[in-house]
Design a protein around this ligand. Structure first.
Ligand code: ZN
Length: 387
């Protein structure tokens, strides 16, 4: 009975903490920590002075199969300012080889969170509680930082599975566990002039296609909208591999034109970041799509006002917007290179249940021993985990 009382009290306290977001007041909401949801360019810059950011993102497990594509299309590629391009990987635990996640991090790419279980159905994510999101996201931050040997503070972003929004709750977890931004939320309405990243201090003007979307004031939580492309039939699509209509997938020229047409909607307007959101399987299954993507990157990597950066780089720029000339004059980001032998990537004791996690790596396989205390083991052969 007492427990029920305290649970009710806790719920009341948590509920009391959340205030319904009100219409954004640009006078009260100022950078670097607050920004109204808006298509206006941060810092009041003119489009011609605004860097056009391109964010290429990949979702799900990182393993020996898909890393070949990442190495082929991304490694040794630089922007026109000679800084290495950065992609963002929203990594889920299953089928992930953390040695390869470490390799991607060491190559300068951003590693972000996409849940531990990636469980179905999508409705789980719509209704997931604070504790469930904490176990999937906050615990994953601990896990991935440890097993891939990435500095804890470098894990900043979240994309929920299936782009299924979770209302206010996932943002509460992000805020409580030091995560900066969410990149789950499709923007299908504000695409002609794209919606720039913003915070949830005040009510969002973004359309909500996969509810529930946040309604509370959640100060300091950044939303990086997934601005939809327009498919050849005029319909919006957020993941490139989920467009209901698309050019002939045997025709690299048609695909190149498709990509450029969508890119120009950003580049020739308010320069909102242009996202190429895709799963690796799509570009490896359709070589023409890969050819078109590489040709597109080759093109933009020569343009002096376009930069392939990570999602967290975009948020960082929006917080402190500077014109192209100043941006180009900056030195490239440097990263602390971290090795990932078994000795430094494990074991890990989970705080919430004291379960031991240990990873042993070799050149040909990864052996993941889970719950060492119960002597149960799972073999991950070539990066694939078969529980
Ligand atoms: Zn996914």
């Amino acid at each position: 009975m007492k427990l029920v009382f305290y649970a009710a009290l806790l719920t009341a306290v948590l509920a009391k903490e959340l205030q319904l977001a009100t219409e954004c007041d640009p006078e009260a909401c100022k950078l670097p920590d607050c920004r109204c949801s808006s298509t206006s360019i941060p810092g009041g810059l003119e489009p011609r002075n605004t860097p056009q950011f391109v964010t290429l993102t990949f979702d799900d497990g990182v393993n020996v199969i898909n890393v070949e594509t990442y190495r082929e299309v991304l490694y040794n590629r630089v922007n026109s300012n000679n800084c290495p391009v950065r992609a963002t990987f929203y990594v889920s635990h299953e089928y992930t080889n953390y040695q390869l996640v470490n390799e991607l991090y060491n190559r300068g790419h951003e590693i972000a969170l996409h849940s531990i279980s990636h469980r179905t159905p999508p409705s789980f994510w719509a209704a997931a509680t604070y504790d469930e999101i904490k176990e999937e996201i906050a615990d994953q931050k601990v896990q991935i930082a440890h097993f891939a040997n990435i500095p804890f503070e470098e894990v900043k972003g979240v994309r929920l599975p299936f782009l299924q929004m979770n209302g206010n709750t996932s943002f509460q977890v992000m805020s409580d566990f030091g995560l900066t931004y969410d990149c789950t939320w499709p923007a299908s309405a504000q695409t002609q002039r794209g919606l720039w990243p913003y915070t949830l201090d005040y009510a969002s003007t973004q359309d909500c296609t996969i509810p529930p979307c946040p309604t509370a004031s959640l100060p300091g939580s950044w939303v990086v909208p997934m601005i939809a492309w327009t498919d050849p039939n005029g319909f919006p699509c957020v993941m490139v591999d989920a467009c209901t209509s698309f050019p002939d997938r045997e025709d690299p020229d048609a695909w190149f034109r498709f990509i450029v047409t969508n890119f120009e909607r950003h580049y020739l307007a308010n320069r909102a970041p242009f996202g190429f959101f895709v799963h690796e399987w799509y570009i490896s299954a359709y070589p023409a799509v890969k050819t078109a993507l590489v040709r597109f990157m080759d093109m933009i990597n020569t343009l002096p006002d376009v930069f392939m950066v990570s999602s967290s780089d975009v948020v960082e720029w929006v917080r402190n917007p500077i014109p192209i000339a100043e941006y180009r004059s900056r030195s490239c980001k440097t990263f602390r290179q971290t090795a990932c032998p078994a000795s430094s990537c494990g074991p890990l004791v989970a705080e919430h249940n004291q379960v031991n996690f240990i990873m042993v790596t070799s050149l040909v396989f990864v052996l993941l021993l889970r719950r060492v205390d119960e002597l149960t083991a799972h073999l991950v052969l070539s990066g694939y985990w078969s529980p």
